[in-house]
Design a binder for this molecule. Structure first.
Ligand code: MN3
Length: 381
């Protein structure tokens, strides 16, 4: 069994990773979180970790004091995140932080030749062109944790060098499936946070409501599976039982099915290539009906904005992603309306000109910073 470090242990994926580790008796060595030190402390104690870190430096003193009776190493800030990513005793790093903030720790884990359980899609969206070659160079195996990408990864087992003709990326459609623009004009964050199938963090749940999540996942899939973005088809599948599929040249379509819970892809990333039995999360197909539909691209404009940015290349995926992260944060603080999220992303893509070396990680971070500033100026914050 592997040994684990978790970047973002108090979030939805982080907590479920610890559920799997608890069930399978997997050793957890190092964890970090943004600011929830109550949960961080109890996780650190339960798993008796060697290293624990909080990103918010103002909470460092309190966390250190609380853990004074243990031998744990307590750290903070980006330095702590990097130490968790590189922790020598861990073979696997689960990147469960939400957003661009996960970029540098993910790069650090790759350079330390860890197995990466990749749950942070924003890093591939912004820096797939840097991370994928780096993973090859450092022999860091990347196993997707995102349910759709885990499904595609599983469908490609036994691919035997055959070409992928098409990836069928499934989407639940989110809470606003079937609604038109007029109906979305005044939806609230509470409406948007009510996801029909998946229980997730707030950022990704809003992304699911706008379909930006699927746009980010198209780019994520493009990098992970080395395909053209035009060969990825989004398929709305309300039941979230088929987690994605791959079409081959002989017209065969291979799909992966399961209950809509992250426990399964997380477990697969931790135990791959083994499939470890568990009593719960069993799928029963009797009586189930599966439906498929095309996404409504006119209403949910974020999907095509993501594809557009990906095709433009350069820093545009980073600009698109940063504008989305900032817009979602503004929406969650009741500063903008739901439909303005797409407007802000479009204006950012069209309005920001940033030229630098795209192979430079610091330039990617700078493009992200410039875009957030641009968005805040746009809405007068
Ligand atoms: Mn997903």
């Amino acid at each position: 069994m592997t040994t684990v470090s978790i970047l973002g242990s108090t979030g939805s994926i982080g907590r479920q990773t610890l559920d799997v580790c608890r069930d399978l008796n997997i050793e957890v060595n190092a964890i970090c979180a943004a600011k929830n030190i109550d949960l961080l402390e109890s996780q650190a104690r339960e798993f008796n970790v060697k290293l624990v870190s909080v990103y918010d430096k103002t909470l460092y003193g309190e966390l250190k004091k609380r853990l004074a009776d243990t031998k744990m190493c307590v750290m903070c800030g980006q330095e702590g995140n990097l130490a968790v990513a590189e922790f020598e005793g861990s073979q696997t790093v689960i990147t469960a932080m939400s957003g661009m903030i996960g970029l540098l720790p993910t790069v650090a884990a790759v350079k330390a030749s860890k197995r990466i359980g990749l749950a942070n899609k924003e890093t591939l969206v912004c820096a797939g062109h840097i991370i994928m070659p780096l993973a090859k160079e450092y022999h860091a195996q990347i196993i997707p944790v995102d349910s759709e990408h885990s499904a595609i990864f599983q469908c490609l087992n036994g691919r035997a060098g055959n070409r992928i003709r098409k990836i069928l990326l499934t989407a639940s459609g989110g809470p606003f499936y079937g609604k038109n623009k007029a109906e979305l004009e005044n939806v609230t964050k509470e409406d948007a946070l009510r996801h029909p199938n998946w229980s997730m963090g707030s950022k990704i749940t809003i992304d699911s409501a706008t379909l930006m999540n699927k746009g980010l996942e198209m780019i994520e899939a493009k990098w992970l599976f080395d395909t053209d973005i035009d060969d990825i088809e989004v398929l709305v599948h309300r039941e979230s039982i088929i987690h994605s599929a791959v079409e081959f040249d002989d017209n065969s379509v291979i799909a992966q099915l399961g209950v809509p819970q992250m426990y399964l892809p997380i477990k697969y990333a931790l135990t791959y290539p083994k499939r470890v039995a568990s009593a719960s999360h069993k799928l029963s197909l009797v009586g189930k009906t599966l439906h498929f539909d095309s996404p409504d691209r006119d209403t949910f404009r974020c999907l095509d904005l993501a594809v557009f940015a990906s095709k433009l290349g350069g820093f545009y995926p980073t600009i698109m992603n940063a504008a989305n992260e900032q817009a979602v944060a503004l929406f969650l603080h009741d500063k903008i309306k739901f439909l303005e999220i797409a407007d802000i992303i479009e204006k950012s893509i069209n309005g920001i000109k940033y030229t630098a070396d795209t192979a430079d990680l610091n330039a990617v971070i700078e493009a992200d910073r410039i875009t957030r500033r641009f968005v805040l100026n746009m809405v007068g914050e």
